[in-house]
Design a protein around this ligand. Structure first.
Ligand code: ADP
Length: 395
């Protein structure tokens, strides 16, 4: 089946047409700058496009994408649409796109202000453009709904969970789910028989503890700010730092929000960049800020992994994924050095090759647990979920 996978942001629409049989993307692209000066960059079987166009709203963005997919001779073969949704709130699994789902996403806009409204708008527009196709919303939080209460509750008065649903939700769930299933497939094991830590390291980063295929703890929390040090996000920090900055420097809520979401992490620590390529390169050349950022990133990564590993009865493998996890041998090596207590033994050559020539394993033959690199593919999993839904309603 051919599935159109959409990821609607506040000023962008990312799309891909996935063939669920070959598991390949036939076309992919991005419409950005919605509301300003629209820009579509996309490729497909017939060719590429990179043009600016008048794009006041998401409707014009989806229309431009549709026009492109028509030129690529793909539009008529698309049988279903899958939507990536950052925050699913109460949803414990993917849900068909209905007015109820769209209204619910708008009702939890405060949970993820940059995303939920855009997802809801994207769904309404996609419903208009593809009225006959089955459409499914796939939530990044859903995979984490199996966490036990002791893992998802914060140590604040219980009434705030009951009344305002303040709890750990976790994010990147589609990636953690894909990578854990893929790891089982690669190792020739039943997911039921594996205990894993998956480390999704990109601009945003999170780790999950996965017991017998189910998430039992994760590092991101009520929002994607919690947990690891990221590109521009601080990760978890003592909340009293915020009170202190408010009292000492007069920082209000918006200023603090900007500080911890946009000015911290690798960027804030290094004073240089949020990009791990730059950080590792400059650190190797002796830039002190880059060295500090790399050191803190890798130590915090190991510390958080150590923390969530106690949710597992034992550990079979630590699996790296995401832009940094898949590509940075330096980060993997430093993280594993910090995790020596678990008994990892890294194979430096395999690590440099990202495990590509060695069945994804970057640890030595004698290492227990294994250390692995498994590329993520969130779009494929959304497409497969959507196909399953589309087939189920045809029956
Ligand atoms: P997003 O969270 O936006 O999806 P990605 O998963 O694409 O992000 O990851 C982006 C991060 O991956 C950036 O910090 C980038 O520097 C890093 N990255 C990509 N390639 C490499 C590489 N070869 N070495 C180190 N870091 C890399």
């Amino acid at each position: 089946m051919r599935v159109l996978v959409l990821n609607c942001g506040s000023s962008s629409v990312k799309f891909a047409v996935i063939d669920t049989v070959t598991k390949e993307a036939l076309s992919s692209g991005l419409v950005e700058n919605i509301g300003v000066d629209g820009h579509i960059k996309a490729k497909g079987p017939v060719g590429k496009i990179d043009v600016h166009f008048n794009c006041p709203t998401h409707a014009e963005a989806v229309a431009e994408m549709q026009k492109f997919l028509l030129e690529q001779k793909l539009i008529d073969s698309i049988e279903a649409v899958g939507h990536r949704v950052v925050h699913g709130g109460k949803y414990i699994k993917a849900a068909p796109v209905t007015k109820e789902v769209i209204d619910y996403l708008r009702s939890i806009i405060l949970f993820a202000p940059l995303h939920e409204g855009a997802h809801a708008t994207g769904m309404e527009v996609a419903k208009k453009f593809f009225p006959t196709l089955p459409q499914l919303a796939v939530f990044d939080t859903a995979f984490h709904q199996t966490m036990p209460r002791k893992a998802f509750l914060y140590g604040i008065p219980y009434k705030y969970y009951q009344e305002l649903q303040i709890r750990r939700y976790g994010f990147h769930g589609t990636s953690h789910r894909f990578v854990s299933a893929e790891t089982a497939r690669i190792l020739g094991k039943n997911p039921e028989d594996l205990n894993l830590i998956t480390a999704h390291l990109g601009n945003g980063s999170s780790c999950s503890a996965i017991k017998a295929g189910k998430c039992v703890d994760t590092t991101m929390g009520f929002t994607p700010l919690d947990g690891l040090v990221m590109g521009t996000r601080s990760g978890s920090l003592d909340p009293a730092i915020l009170f202190f900055l408010n009292k000492k420097l007069g920082f209000d809520i918006d200023r603090l929000d900007r500080l911890v979401n946009k000015e911290s992490g690798l960027l804030g620590l290094s004073g240089l960049s949020n990009d791990m390529r730059t950080i590792t390169q400059k650190a190797a050349e002796g830039h002190e800020g880059a060295q500090i950022a790399l050191e803190v990133f890798c130590y915090k990564l190991a510390r958080e992994i150590g923390g969530i590993t106690m949710a597992l009865p034992s550990l079979d493998a630590l699996v790296f994924t995401g832009g940094i996890g898949e590509n940075s041998a330096v980060v993997r090596e430093k993280a594993l050095e910090n995790l020596a207590i678990f008994g990892f033994k890294i194979d430096k050559q395999r690590n440099l090759e990202s495990g590509k020539n060695s069945g994804h394993i970057i640890s030595t033959g004698g290492s227990r647990p294994l250390a692995m690199v498994v590329p993520t593919n969130e779009e494929l999993l959304i497409a497969l979920d959507t196909e399953e839904y589309a087939k189920s309603i045809k029956k």
